[in-house]
Design a protein around this ligand. Structure first.
Ligand code: NAD
Ligand code: GLY
Length: 361
């Protein structure tokens, strides 16, 4: 097992990464502060892993909330289901909420934990690659609004993250690829040697080689933990974690939550961002091809959905937490392996990218 630490003074916490960690009672129980535990999961993950987690908690009052599966349910209505259970079972302020699932459950469960009685302890048990490399780390919690992705939320750090790599065995290939989009993001924004490694090992990752996967998860979490430790509340560098996301969120909202997976929308968004970086003179055509080639090898889509019009992108991109004074700001690349801080780009160039970037295939 590898243990990394997210250094945030009195809110620092460990990320445990390893195969079979869900079999370890003590990892979980040492972070639970009272006898009351609520496990939040969904209809897909609960039948696979909930009992395994609950088996460690024989001495506790364990309650569960099993939500429907999907991005479309990452809403305030479903946060309320969690509150109903916490209230109904008379959970106190020293209760612990365990989020067992992918990024949707982690974001929603974490937000419920942040709000209930102004904050109860919570533990992340991420079960998708995307959640293990990104969403479970760093304390961004929240839900979607019909007009904008992740627009309702709170920064709220977990007590620990338990990433059992064995659970990825039940994840389908499409979901695995979606996680790889966020892995590639770290290489593009700040870790060139990791990007080089990814280019060499991408077929191993797609083929689920366990050693390569464990390394990619660890290296991704190191990158995320360093950024979060430097800028927990995104007043600066943390924004670079949003490479491709402004375009991607517009796609997710524009064509309906859940039609494109988050990682898929981000992959397309990183293609847009690379194209725009080239128009600004930061990347060469070969650099853009390099980004696209790596994304393509994962099986991720890189071609923007045809139903999205330029007007839809511009309208939806105007609803983004990075925007200031009503101006659209995006994360672009200064070079491969180095992102720029959020930037208001010339509208003409943005429109050119939106109209001319087609991806390939
Ligand atoms: P998800 O939570 O919808 O999970 C993907 C699918 O995999 C779901 O159908 C889920 O039920 C299933 N699943 C989960 N674990 C499984 C397993 N082990 N075996 C089989 N099936 C399994 O999606 P995701 O990609 O994990 O997360 C996407 C969400 O994360 C988005 O809402 C995105 O906004 C959010 N996100 C948040 C952050 C953050 O910093 N908080 C960062 C990135 C993404
Ligand atoms: N995934 C973006 C962040 O955690 O900041």
């Amino acid at each position: 097992m590898k243990t990394l630490n997210v250094e945030l003074n009195d809110r620092s916490y460990p990320i445990y990464i390893g195969s079979g960690l869900l079999n370890e009672s003590s990892l979980l129980t040492k972070h639970i502060v009272s006898k009351q535990v609520l496990i939040v999961s969904n209809e897909t993950v609960a039948p696979l892993y909930l009992q395994k987690v609950a088996d460690h908690l024989g001495d506790y009052q364990v309650e569960t909330v099993i939500l429907p599966d999907g991005e479309a349910y990452k809403t305030l209505d479903y946060v309320n289901r969690v509150f109903d259970q916490l209230m109904g079972k008379r959970f106190s302020r020293n209760a612990t909420l365990i989020a067992l699932g992918g990024g949707v459950i982690g974001d929603l469960g974490g937000f419920a934990a942040a709000c209930y009685q102004r904050g109860i302890a919570f533990i992340q048990i991420p079960t998708t690659l995307l959640a293990q490399v990104d969403s479970s780390v760093g304390g961004k919690t929240g839900v979607n609004h019909p007009q904008g992705k992740n627009m309702i939320g709170a920064f709220y750090q977990p007590k620990c993250v338990i990433a059992d790599t064995e659970v990825l065995d039940t994840l389908d290939d499409r979901q695995l690829a979606a996680g790889l989009a966020e892995v590639i993001k770290y290489g593009l924004i700040r870790d060139l040697s990791f990007l080089n490694w990814l280019e060499e090992h991408i077929s191993k990752l797609v083929g689920r080689d366990k050693e390569a996967m464990a390394y990619a998860i660890e290296r991704s979490c190191i990158n995320k933990a360093e950024i979060v430790a430097e800028d927990e509340f995104e007043s600066g560098v943390r924004a670079i974690l949003n490479l491709g996301h402004t375009f991607g969120h517009a796609i997710e909202t524009g064509i309906g939550y859940g039609k494109y997976l988050h990682g898929e929308a981000v992959a397309i968004g990183m293609g847009f961002a690379a194209d725009l970086s080239q128009r600004l003179g930061c990347l060469s055509e070969q650099d853009v091809d390099r980004v696209i080639a790596l994304l393509e090898k994962t099986g991720l889509p890189i071609k923007p959905p045809e139903e999205m019009t330029t007007e839809m992108y511009l309208d939806l991109m105007s609803v983004d937490k990075k925007n200031l004074d009503g101006n659209i700001r995006v994360i672009l690349l200064e070079a491969i392996g180095k992102a720029k801080l959020p930037l208001s780009v010339d509208r003409q160039l943005l429109v050119e990218t939106l109209e001319q970037y087609k991806g390939v295939a």
